[in-house]
Design a binder for this molecule. Structure first.
Ligand SMILES: Cc1cc2nc3c(=O)[nH]c(=O)nc-3n(C[C@H](O)[C@H](O)[C@H](O)COP(=O)(O)OP(=O)(O)OC[C@H]3O[C@@H](n4cnc5c(N)ncnc54)[C@H](O)[C@@H]3O)c2cc1C
Length: 423
């Protein structure tokens, strides 16, 4: 294990513990209404942290789904070695923590009146609003890809039915069939996710359909943990995965769902199974609240996570522009805690302290083959910037036993974060 790598893990454990444990007493008297929109990794974490930090706060969590289906590890479901049930989490424990959980979608935000409207027509007043709506797909950005096309060429970039659809399509495919995936330009949810997915689709193909191949059409020339992924492709799935980069003509310019065809500037690829990961933007409610900019994402103050355009509205998780921090569940959870501390401090009349945040992303190339990237971030020039020299990736030349251990750490990470957020 490299020295840089060890240092990062120690920093995470210490940092996560310190931020909540030290802050609680000074917030104990804060009493106000905080509404949190979105019961995923960011929103559920934030609601819990707010209630824990300032028990007198009235915290309401809005989430239309009765259960949450987690994206991390959903590629294992597609690879055929994990049940979708292991991805599902309820909200009972969050309600038991004293948070009002309303099974409602927010349909509008009146920033001046500090009011959220709900799908049933009712409304809620807030003193501070936290948005963690995750992503929406940009149906205006890839010609041919619309709401009907997702049923034929699944994205599986929101976990649940889409995950199962892609899995079923792989099961129904002939041995010798071609799978094609498209990957968008940055930024998008989970930078290493498409390449992990390529590995785990190849894992399934190698076992069940060894004459099949996978083409990854990419709108980028470089990606997260690239050498680690490419080494794994060579070692585990020789000849099965072809990565076509931007400069090799990998950018998809349109799709045709009637034939499952991907069109690039250099040609066409017709697939038997087509996985389109389209360009994305912040969940729609962010734009309705006036928090999203022309990029589709939400600019924030990196100390408080308050929107730069919508006062008293804070944005965390995939929806926000977090500088160097990737759009991951780990980031959303870390941002949620920092945001909760800032909101509680602001409501108590104080000045929030600048946070130091950590992210680690594990990827599996096979059930017993994992690796990771870690980073540390702090506010700088209006963004969350990488702390130079902190973090790093798993060593490129590690033995298989090391990769097997990282696969175990990945599972422990998932169990720990989901227990903290939903358990
Ligand atoms: C295939 C894949 C693999 C991944 N693997 C990893 C991994 O290994 N590690 C990792 O850290 N991250 C991983 N991620 C990324 C991770 O899933 C996201 O970064 C994380 O879920 C972001 O949290 P969030 O709170 O911003 O959004 P989400 O967790 O998506 O939560 C958003 C919630 O908001 C709700 N919502 C939206 N609009 C409204 C509204 N108007 N009213 C009420 N509720 C609303 C939604 O129903 C949803 O429950 C992966 C993603 C994918 C696609």
């Amino acid at each position: 294990m490299s020295r840089r790598y060890r240092t990062t893990r120690r920093a995470f454990v210490g940092g996560a513990a310190a931020s909540l444990a030290l802050a609680r007493p000074s917030f104990a008297q804060a009493s106000a209404n905080v509404v949190v929109i979105g019961g995923g990794f960011g929103g559920a974490s934030c609601a819990r942290a707010l209630k824990w930090l300032a028990p007198k706060l009235q915290v309401t969590l809005l989430e239309p789904n009765k259960t949450f289906t987690a994206c991390p590890f959903s590629n294992d479901v597609i690879g055929g070695f994990r049940a979708i049930e292991a991805q599902r989490f309820g909200y009972d424990k969050i309600a038991a923590a004293g948070i009002t959980v309303a099974a409602q979608a927010a349909t509008g935000v009146d920033v001046q009146g500090r009011t959220v409207t709900l799908a049933d027509g009712s409304s809620l007043r807030y003193d501070r609003l936290v948005l963690s709506p995750g992503i929406d797909l940009r149906f205006d950005a890839l010609p041919g890809y619309d709401e009907a096309a997702v049923e034929v060429m699944p994205h599986a970039w929101k976990a649940g039915e889409q995950t199962l659809l892609l899995r079923r399509q792989l099961e129904a495919m002939d041995d010798g069939g071609l799978v094609v995936m498209s990957v968008p330009a940055n930024p998008y949810r989970c930078p290493p996710g498409p390449y992990e997915r390529a590995c785990l689709i190849a894992y399934y193909l190698k076992a069940k359909k060894p004459r099949s191949k996978l083409i990854v059409l990419d709108a980028k020339d470089a990606f997260s943990k690239q050498r680690l992924f490419q080494n794994a492709w060579t070692e585990l799935y020789p000849g099965m995965i072809e990565w076509v980069s931007l400069s090799q003509g990998g950018k998809v310019t349109s799709v045709d769902p009637s034939t499952k065809t991907f069109v690039t500037e250099f040609g066409k690829h017709t697939a038997q199974v087509a996985n389109v990961i389209p360009p994305q933007k912040a969940g729609r409610i962010a734009a309705l609240a006036g928090a999203a900019d022309a990029s589709g994402w939400c600019a924030i103050d990196p100390v408080t996570f308050e929107s730069k355009t919508a006062p008293n509205v804070h944005v965390i998780g995939d929806a926000c522009i977090a500088g160097g921090m990737p759009k991951s569940a780990f980031s959303a959870n870390a941002q949620a805690k920092a945001c909760a501390a800032a909101v509680a401090t602001l409501l108590a009349g104080g000045a929030p302290a600048a946070p130091k945040l950590i992210n680690t992303c594990y990827s599996l190339a096979a059930p017993d083959y994992g690796f990771s990237v870690a980073g540390v971030y702090q506010p700088k020039n209006g963004l969350l910037a990488d702390v130079e020299g902190a973090g790093g990736t798993s060593p490129v030349d590690a033995p298989r036993e090391f990769r097997a251990r990282e696969a175990v750490y990945a599972q422990s990470w998932f169990d720990t974060i989901t227990a903290e957020v939903f358990g």
